[in-house]
Design a protein around this ligand. Sequence first.
Ligand SMILES: Nc1ncnc2c1ncn2[C@@H]1O[C@H](COP(=O)(O)OP(=O)(O)OP(=O)(O)O)[C@@H](O)[C@H]1O
Length: 283
Amino acid sequence: MPDASPAVSVDGLVMRYGDKVAVDGLSLTVERGTITAVLGPNGAGKTTTLETCEGYRRPQQGTVRVLALDPVRQRRDLLPRIGVMLQGGGAWSGVRAMEMLDHIARLHAHPLDTGMLAERLGLDDCGRTPYRRLSGGQQQRLGLAMAIVGRPEIVFVDEPTAGMDPQARRTTWELLEELRSDGVTVVLTTHYMDEAERLADQIHIIDRGRLIASGTPEQLTRGTSATVRLVVDQELPDVAEAALRASVDRWSAEHGVGVRSISFGSRTLEDVFLELTGRGLTP
Ligand SMILES: Nc1ncnc2c1ncn2[C@@H]1O[C@H](COP(=O)(O)OP(=O)(O)OP(=O)(O)O)[C@@H](O)[C@H]1O
């Protein structure tokens, strides 16, 4: 029978650095097979929470369970079952990218094919580059490869797309979605709203070490107003904009709907960048 216990449960976690309270009575759960985002501004306590789940920090108060195990006391049982992508790398500065990945792969019983993984993440061109000479985005991608090469049941990724260009970001998102399709639980921290909204099944918003809201992106964004975004396949002449405004005004008056704003813009900067660089380009 599949295990129905949550992938992660954090209950009343308190973590301090000296007098500074970093995590302040935090409780949350992560269901298996989901992508769950822990969203919050810098200093909210995301990394500290993640590091406690990974067994790097012992809870000062409260309990943490990952795959129903105590991450500190049952670390040896847990380690082969989890993947960890640390903020800021986790590789030795002089090691070449592929050497590092192959090294991590050899620590696991049934690793993924490292060549294929590197190609997928656009790392094949920099496989012989020493870690310290990789760009920030390449270091991030290598960190992600190292986290998943052992086919973990749950992967913790801390700010997975920080420092990545838009194309590498999308590749990373697709990869995390594929992991979910394969039944892997993904727990990520981010301070990017769009990342959480696009990827996560469940979002926990934390601020100053406290949980301030939890829900699906739909639950969290549902409100008393709706936003309608109209995307057309060509540039619009001014006259069309005026006509569209007039129709919206007419419709809203007929139906008693107040329109708070209407704007005519074009693509996002991210769309522009992607189009200029081309999908096939190595990020
Ligand atoms: N080793 C440490 N010593 C002292 N204070 C720390 C330490 N690590 C974190 N803090 C403080 O604890 C709080 C929470 O930090 P944490 O790194 O967990 O937040 P975060 O949400 O991950 O932030 P970021 O997005 O910047 O990584 C912050 O105020 C931070 O300054």
